[in-house]
Design a protein around this ligand. Structure first.
Ligand SMILES: NC(=O)c1ccc[n+]([C@@H]2O[C@H](COP(=O)([O-])OP(=O)(O)OC[C@H]3O[C@@H](n4cnc5c(N)ncnc54)[C@H](OP(=O)(O)O)[C@@H]3O)[C@@H](O)[C@H]2O)c1
Length: 326
């Protein structure tokens, strides 16, 4: 597995990371034993960049990851996030300085580590100036609880304001063949400042793999049932997009998941996809995307298949749309 310097930091992370969210939340049934096996196999094949958040499974995902990496702390880079607060079924965003410290201590405890390598604000709190939130996050760096800071789903302007308070190592936003928002500004802003870009949901939450063919393929409690892109006519229209990606993958001799990841890797050495999987065979399949050669012609063909705006439906339900690119 190729590793690369991560933005302006002294971290070296695998070109393809591992998103851990689905191991505890959002995508239906999961099995901790299988997930732990996947975490260990990831380390074994050189995937060292693990992504979680305090809200995934309401803390369970951090606890699971903490267990998985316990004997391998020095071999891995742990990224987690705070700021989305769950209160029963209600969600709110909290970026207030006093909350930042509490949230970090709780994450450290669940992860069973002394220092978080990369600590992200998950969503910008519309009621707290970004300078205040990032100022409190900077205190965590001074206290040795966090090494580097990150922001998720921010606009270029928010990134610039945040960087005036403290260096930002990474921005994490949704980026894939069917989610091209970052190209409208934040990707350029990251490049201008030497900030690494972490592409989340790089497989379109599984849709781009071609393995989800109907709404009923999703468990009753699967969050994707609430995602507009997976609903009704949008779902049907988006299948046509996936069919074209599948056809091209077949021609290239790879899987659609690998093609989707290879496209992201071709967007620049500063783009780090973090596909999520609970399964060892898919972990290996996704890691092997690094071996796919993408030509200029391939990129042109993919641009024809999936230009910006190609997906039908927004990428989040209405309320959540208000806190992205903030
Ligand atoms: N910052 C944020 O707001 C935010 C939001 C969402 C996600 N994230 C992070 O990004 C990570 C990745 O995103 P994601 O999990 O939402 O979406 P994703 O990586 O686009 O897709 C994950 C889905 O694809 C399936 N999958 C993975 N590899 C596959 C393959 N080779 N073939 C067929 N299916 C495959 C997984 O199922 P199995 O598990 O069954 O393999 C899972 O259902 C998350 O784990 C999380 O850490 C961050």
């Amino acid at each position: 597995m190729e590793t690369r310097p991560f933005g302006n930091t002294d971290l070296k992370v695998s070109r393809i990371g591992l998103g851990c969210m689905g191991m505890s939340d959002f995508y239906g049934a999961h099995d901790d034993a299988e997930s732990l096996d996947t975490l260990l196999q990831a380390i074994d094949i050189g995937v060292n960049f693990f992504d979680t958040a305090d809200m995934y499974g309401n803390g369970q995902n951090e606890a699971l990851l903490g267990t998985g990496i316990k004997l391998h702390r020095d071999e891995v880079v742990i990224a987690t996030k705070f700021g989305i607060v769950l209160d029963n079924d209600k969600r709110s965003i909290n970026g207030r300085p006093e909350y930042v410290k509490t949230a970090c201590d709780a994450s450290l405890h669940r992860l069973k580590i002394d220092t978080i390598d990369l600590y992200y604000l998950h969503r910008v709190d519309p009621h707290t100036p970004i300078e205040d939130t990032v100022g409190a996050m900077a205190d965590l760096v001074s206290a040795g609880k966090v090494r580097y800071l990150g922001l998720s789903e921010v606009s270029a302007d928010t990134l610039r304001r945040a960087m005036n308070e403290h260096p930002i190592a990474a921005v994490q936003s949704e980026y894939s063949l069917w989610s091209r928002d970052p190209e409208a500004g934040i990707l350029d802003a990251c490049r201008e400042h030497g900030v690494a870009f972490v592409a989340y949901s790089p497989l379109g939450r599984g849709f781009l793999t071609g393995r989800i063919r109907s709404f009923e393929d999703l468990d009753e409690d699967d969050w994707r049932r609430r995602n507009p892109r997976f609903q009704g006519r949008n779902f049907e229209a988006n299948l046509a997009l996936v069919d074209a990606i599948e056809e091209m993958a077949e021609y290239k001799g790879c899987t659609p998941a690998q093609l989707a990841l290879a496209w992201l890797l071709a967007q620049g050495k500063d783009v780090f996809p973090i596909p999520g999987t609970r399964r060892v065979e898919r972990l290996k399949e996704n890691a092997a995307a690094l071996e796919i050669e993408i030509t200029r012609q391939d990129l042109d063909r993919l641009e024809e298949i999936a230009p910006p705006g190609a997906a039908d439906g927004e990428r989040y339900p209405e309320e959540a749309m208000r806190s992205i690119n903030a």
